[in-house]
Every structure is written in C-alpha cells, then in structure tokens.
Design a protein around this ligand. Structure first.
Ligand code: GTP
Length: 379
C-alpha cells in the first residue's frame, strides 16, 4: 500500500480509483511494467488488485490477464481482411489494422466506462496498456477519445515508459523528451517519466541532464558528430542546443522515476509519484476540463440557437411563398430515428469473474525457465 493511502484508511474506499495510462516506444517495457505494478499491488497488505485494460489488439502474449481485453472484442487480423462493398480489399497493413481495431473498440467505449464505473468502488487503480506502436494511441482520434473519457471520469496520470539503456546518447535522450513533451501538451494530463530497465542502466545521467542544463550541453558537445570538419558546431548540434532550452521549461512540469520492471526496484517511488499527481489532476486538470466543457457547451448552444434562428427564418420565408405546402410539413418519426441509431454488433467483455482475472506471471522466473506465456483464451 502506498504511504499516503495507508495514512487515509477511512477515506480510501470513497476515493475514486486512479487511472494509469502507460505509453512508450515499442520495446520500452510497457507490458513488463504493467505486469510489475500489477504484481506489486497484489503483494500489498491488503492486496489492491488493479483493473487492467489491454488496448493493444496485436499483442501476442501478455504477462498478465487483463479484465478487459480489446482482443476479445476485435480481431485485428480479421479487420485487415475485411472487404468493402465493391469486393476490393482495403489493403490495411498491420498498423492500419491496429488503428481500425482501436477505432472499432472506441465506438463501444461507453460500455467499457460503464464496466469500469461498476468496479470503481472496489479498485484503487485502473491500468491501461496501450499499443506498442506509440503513435497509434497518442496521435489518433480514438486514443484522444479514450484518454479524455477516462480522464474526465477518474483522476488520471500518464506513465511514459523510457528504455533507459537506449537513451544514453544525448540526441536520443532529447528526441525521447520531445516526444514525451508533445504527448504531455496534447493530453494536458499529469505526467510521469518512467526510466525503465535501471537494472541494466541507472538513470542518474538522465536526472542530471534534466536538472542541469549545462551538464546536458556538455554531454552534447562531447558527443561524436557535434562538430563539422572545420571544428564548428554542426547544424544538428546547434539545433539540439536550442531545443534543450525549450525542454528546460517542460522538465519543471513533470516527475521522473527510475524503475526496473525486472527486479521491482523503484515501483514504490512510482506509486508515490502517482499519488502526488492526484493533486495536480485536481488542481490543474479538473479546472481546465470544467472550463473546456463550459466553453464547448456554450459554443454548442450558440451554434444551436444560430441554426434554429436561420431555420425559422427560412421556414417563414418558405411558408410565405408556398402557403399550401406548409400544411404538409412533418418530422421524421421516432422509429426512423431509432433505425439510424443502430450501432455495430460488437460487445465488450469483462473478465473480472474469470478465475484467471488479475492473475499474473512472474516474468523474471518465466523467462529464465523459457516458459510459454500464451494464456489459453476462453472461446
Ligand atoms: N533488463 C531489463 N529488461 C526489461 C525490463 N523491462 C522490460 N525488459 C525487457 O524489454 C523487452 C521489451 O519488454 P516489453 O514489456 O515486451 O515491452 P513493450 O514496450 O510492451 O513492447 P511492445 O509490446 O513492443 O510495445 C523484453 O525483452 C523485456 O524482458 C527491465 O526493467 N529490465
């Protein structure tokens, strides 16, 4: 149990669960991280099993059993094979298939939210594991709809998983930070940089670069390729220098933790950062959400009034011109409206009653034994 949740036992059951959206480049260790935080929460006293949503339709094996799994709802390989009316294939590649599968799933996200809301009284954490192809979730309309839907219902934090050993070169580090920065400004949600795989590469260098602008510039200058044949800083080097100034501002708005999803190191600190992000969500995200909602409602209302006024004006002109046809005006029947409302024939499955729900595999042991993690999926 995290420090702060143990200090508020009376209010804990009344608190809304915290949503953790895990995002990261392919191979950064998202799934291993979700497995690790799942096992950490199970090992608390009392256990705090999270509610897990797998949003990656293409993942072959998961080291945990999700409560809601997109693969139960949409088969992305089938989606890729779908034909259009003229019997021509859409020719969707794997990424198109994943995106279309996510879009289809999103059309039913209200059902997902209903299921999650029902569990809200009994869980403390809701975890979203997103597709390995980071851009499919972060830059698609579906990703935004899902993110906005959960964030407007529950306190939410984005956990951006970074492959620390692959981020030691200044240029890679900065590209990663710029990517994180773009996601943070897009979602406007509290954000935690999770430097993963610290068992293989400690993340002190990253913290130093984030805290000390000059240390990063020094690393940049000493990196090969930073000067051209005449000894002048390369264009790339100058560009990175300027961009690192932009990032300096960004670093002030986020937390960074180092974890090893393999050994479990740093997971407690991660949950402390999640707890702190709750305050940011309440003090910064919620007021912004309320403001955006009020502005949207107002502009919808304005647009409605405007089109109603124009309609009434047109009707008045029309009736004046054609007094006889005005008698034949009628509105579409309710039945016709209902027909237009019919949705897609797909359903969301909640596996919480399954015997396996919430179970997880110790990845470390499993991988050492070269075991197979292909969970049989109920038909
Ligand atoms: N040493 C070390 N390896 C790790 C750690 N976390 C994950 N890995 C390894 O990193 C690789 C990728 O891990 P995954 O969890 O599959 O990464 P992912 O981001 O979900 O990958 P995609 O499914 O491609 O999105 C695997 O070989 C993991 O064993 C860690 O903390 N330490």
């Amino acid at each position: 149990m995290s420090a702060s949740s143990s200090s508020q036992p009376d209010t804990k059951s009344k608190r809304k669960p915290h949503v953790i959206i895990t995002i990261g480049m392919a191979g950064a260790g998202k799934s291993t991280f979700v497995q690790r935080i799942n096992s950490y929460l199970h090992s608390q006293n009392p256990p705090q099993p999270p509610y897990i949503l797998n949003l990656d339709p293409a993942v072959a094996h998961l080291p945990f059993e999700a409560n809601i799994d997109i693969r139960d709802t949409v088969n992305y390989k089938e989606v890729m094979k779908q034909m259009d009316h003229s019997d021509k294939r859409y020719n969707l590649g794997p990424n198109g298939g994943i995106l279309t599968a996510l879009n289809l799933f999103t059309t039913k996200f209200d059902q997902v939210l209903d299921l999650v809301e029902k569990r809200a009284e009994t869980v403390d954490y809701i975890i979203l594991d997103t597709p390995g192809q980071i851009e499919i979730f972060t830059w698609s309309a579906s990703g935004a709809i899902i993110t906005d839907a959960v964030a407007s219902s529950f306190p939410t934090v984005v956990a951006y998983i970074i492959d620390t050993p692959r981020t030691t070169a200044p240029a890679t580090f900065m590209s990663n930070m710029l990517y994180a920065c773009s996601i943070m400004y897009k979602t406007k949600l509290p954000f935690i940089l999770v430097f993963n795989k610290t068992d293989a590469q400690p993340h002190n260098f990253a913290l130093e670069w984030m805290q000390d602008f000059e240390a990063f510039q020094l690393a940049l200058a000493s990196h090969s390729g930073s000067r051209d044949s005449e000894g002048e800083p390369t264009y790339m080097n100058s560009l990175m220098n300027s961009m690192s100034l932009v990032l300096d501002e960004f670093y002030k708005h986020l937390k960074a933790v180092g974890v090893s999803s393999m050994t479990g190191n740093g997971i407690k600190e991660f949950f402390e950062a999640v707890e702190e992000s709750r305050e940011t969500y309440i003090s910064e995200y919620l007021p912004e959400l309320e403001r955006a909602r009020a502005a949207r409602d107002q502009s919808l209302q304005d647009a409605k009034e405007d089109s109603m006024n124009r309609l009434m004006k047109d009707l008045a002109v029309d009736r004046a011109r054609n007094p006889d046809t005005a008698k034949e005006d009628r509105w579409a029947s309710d039945e016709e409206d209902e027909d237009a409302d019919e949705g897609l024939d797909i359903d969301i499955i909640d596996r919480s009653e399954d015997l396996r729900a919430g179970q997880y595999i110790d990845v470390t042991r499993m991988r050492r034994d070269n075991d197979n993690i292909n969970w049989p999926r109920p038909g």
